[in-house]
Design a protein around this ligand. Structure first.
Ligand code: NAX
Length: 330
């Protein structure tokens, strides 16, 4: 896609992922070096001073592509004319809050933001939800934006995809760039299903190249699905830089296309592909061309993968039903 100037809205701009992402966006990592950028940074009132500090640093970076930075607490200002919206800010789980409370608190945020996108964003806006629970938050935002095409609302599963690539690359002693045709199905949660059955390393099937099915079907899947918790335990802070990098990868490919015949993982509202209930924002393999994603269809699931996919589907249905039980469309 080409456009000489693109307006990008980032919510939660004062947070850790925001800080990991904004300078790379300003430097051209998102849309390439021929596209000027306007940034709209949305924050809640207590975090506006910190977002202003980030905006000052963006100015101090003297990025040639960066034409404008606006910090605001008003969704209608933040999303006005947005071509790309990165919904990073979310309500974190606090002491005493159960999962249903967390879902409901975030449902309010993503309903307001979905509505503001519906009413104010540019035609063709592309929305990536990063804030957790990302898949269900994306479904909520989409439901609040009935005038926009459903497939404009994605949730980020590129970090899960990249984590799986990273583990395979380490194990095989290759670059992540040599691995193709990987997919991560389902929810961005511990039920996600990294699927290597179609994947290749340097053109060879992964199972053949690695030669250790027990590791691939056990430890590999566990490490990828629980990597976020492992990083919090190691750093004492969540995985902000790799999450920012994955969000940039997702939107970069949406805008500029996936390279060659390769595919990656996105989560967008199911249109019934692979029998997944319509509307669930579900991780699937996809290719991007000319600003549109096409799901890679026709892949066969092993019995093992099929069983795991049933579980991640039930996980997402459970989240959706918990939100709907509070009267919130999702
Ligand atoms: P931080 O707590 O550092 O930052 C979140 C920011 O969002 C804060 O500055 C807060 O003021 C702001 N915020 C809260 N409500 C808002 C609202 N209604 N409008 C605008 N801003 C709002 O969290 P960070 O580490 O940046 O993570 C952000 C989100 O990403 C979390 O929900 C986190 O769970 C999620 N993640 C999602 C990942 C994925 O793969 N989908 C991986 C990384 C990350 O865990």
């Amino acid at each position: 896609m080409t456009a000489s100037r693109v307006r990008i809205t980032v919510t939660g701009a004062a947070g850790n992922i925001g800080y990991g992402m904004l300078f790379r966006i300003a430097a051209g990592a998102l849309l390439g070096h021929g596209t000027e950028i306007e940034l709209r940074l949305l924050e809640i009132p207590p975090a506006i001073p910190a977002a202003n500090g980030t905006a000052m640093e963006l100015v101090d970076g003297a990025y040639p592509l960066l034409r404008d930075v606006v910090v605001t607490g008003a969704p209608h200002v933040a999303f006005d004319g947005a071509d790309i919206a990165l919904l990073v800010g979310a309500m974190p789980r606090t002491a005493g809050m159960d999962r249903a409370d967390l879902l409901a608190a975030n449902a309010d945020i993503f309903t307001v933001q979905g509505r503001a996108i519906n009413d104010h964003a540019a035609d063709g806006v592309k929305v990536l939800v990063v804030g957790n629970p990302a898949n269900t938050n994306a479904a909520i935002a989409r439901a609040a934006a009935p005038d926009r095409p459903g497939d404009a609302f994605h949730a980020m599963m590129r970090l899960d995809h990249n984590r799986a690539l990273g583990q395979l690359a380490l194990r095989a002693g290759v670059s992540a760039g040599e691995i193709e045709r990987l997919a991560v199905w389902g929810n961005h949660s511990s039920t996600q299903v990294p699927d290597i059955d179609h994947a290749t390393i340097g053109g060879l099937p992964v199972r053949e190249r690695i030669g250790d099915d027990a590791w691939l079907d056990g430890e590999f899947t566990r490490v990828v699905a629980n990597r976020g918790a492992e990083i919090i335990a190691a750093r004492g802070a969540s995985s902000a830089a790799s999450a920012a990098s994955a969000a940039i990868d997702h939107v970069h490919d949406w805008w500029l296309g996936t390279p060659g015949d390769g595919w990656t993982t996105i989560a967008r509202p199911s249109q019934g592909e692979y029998g997944v209930p319509e509307g669930l924002v579900f991780g699937m393999p996809a290719r991007a061309r000319d600003g549109e994603w096409r799901i890679v269809e026709g892949l066969e699931w092993s019995d093992r993968v099929r069983g795991l996919i049933a579980a991640t589907t039930a996980d997402l249905e459970h989240e959706r039903d918990a939100v709907r039980a509070r009267g919130i469309p999702a």
